[in-house]
Design a protein around this ligand. Sequence first.
Ligand SMILES: [Mg+2]
Length: 251
Amino acid sequence: MQPIKDLKKEYLEKIKMLVFDVDGILVPRGTKIKQIGNITTLETKLIEKKQIEQIKELNQKGFLMNISSGRGLYMLQEMFREVLPFVSLTYENGSATWYKGEIYQHVNSFKHLKDVFPRLKRVMNNNIKGFEPKEFIITIHCSKRVKEIEEIIRAEKNLYTVWNGEAYDIGIKKDQTKAVGLKSVMKMFGLEKKNVMAIGDNYNDYELLREAGIAITADKSRVKANFYVPLTGAFLPADKLMRRILSFYKP
Ligand SMILES: [Mg+2]
């Protein structure tokens, strides 16, 4: 793996789309959620003005901009309100994509998750903070790992569970990953692998980064890639990458 400063302009010759994970990349890691009975409190993190300008600028340079997140669409729309005309939003780990007001559904998880959902809801454990509102996957925030949740999912042969240190994402194995979302988005725009650059930091980015022509990781301990940027420091990983790319256009 090479540091981002080794990324050169000529490597980008074939790149037409930039794919960004959200948490840890465009906003700091960590989701604040609280659930008491039927009341869910969920914090919306906003994208900084500087990143909004970078996204707009890269789009003006001709790059398609895709956001690929485990989060729900309602939340991504709120976070990216100012750049909605310039981006496509692939949400819930590749389940669907929003683009200019149209929704393209890539995965139908209903019959796979409908029976397991109420069983997960019944798990009583003080470490469970809440179920994040989602349409196609199940996301359970916990202060630490919860054995009962892992046991329920382990018995479901076609489901995966990914623990990312703050939550479990639960979905259909192989069919409900960011890679499936990316491949669908590539089809929408007529792109091939060599046309795509992607950046991510977590276990749910593994498949995504493998499908990209150029992959960038912000957490070498969790996902491998061609290039890496530090997760911590004064600038967000997306900032470092976008600044690097934009520097190629400066005289
Ligand atoms: Mg992330």
